[in-house]
Design a protein around this ligand. Sequence first.
Ligand code: CMP
Length: 140
Amino acid sequence: ATERTLSIIKPDAVAKNAIGEIIARFEKAGLQVVAAKMLHLDEGKAGGFYAEHKERPFFGDLVGFMTSGPVVVQVLEGEGAIAKNRELMGATNPKEAAAGTIRADFAQSIDANAVHGSDSAASAEREIAYFFGADEICPR
Ligand code: CMP
């Protein structure tokens, strides 16, 4: 089925000037960018996005990292977009990410791991609405 998923190009990948190369991978895999914006998240916005991780020991570092520089948030649309994006990204820890995945090619560490992607249909719905109003999504 056609799905939508939320993608974030994280501060490390933006700092490396890799925005275009990462978006090209989505497009080449048949995903369409139907919404996009660049943002510098503050603590409240980053912490709210990752609220489910609030009690985890890495939460402080995660919010610190995600507010360290600008990010690009996008809605990707396509057949099986949620799983397809996760395949393109590779494992959360770049040391475990398969060769040729975005994280294998661009990520430094489990914190600076280049990209985020929604992990389920329910998260995709919540995460898309967290960043985009319906009037900011432009399907073709
Ligand atoms: P992301 O998919 O954006 O979701 C939560 C982020 O927390 C994850 O990518 C990692 O960058 C970061 N993180 C740091 N440590 C861990 C950990 N031990 N397990 C999972 N995620 C972690």
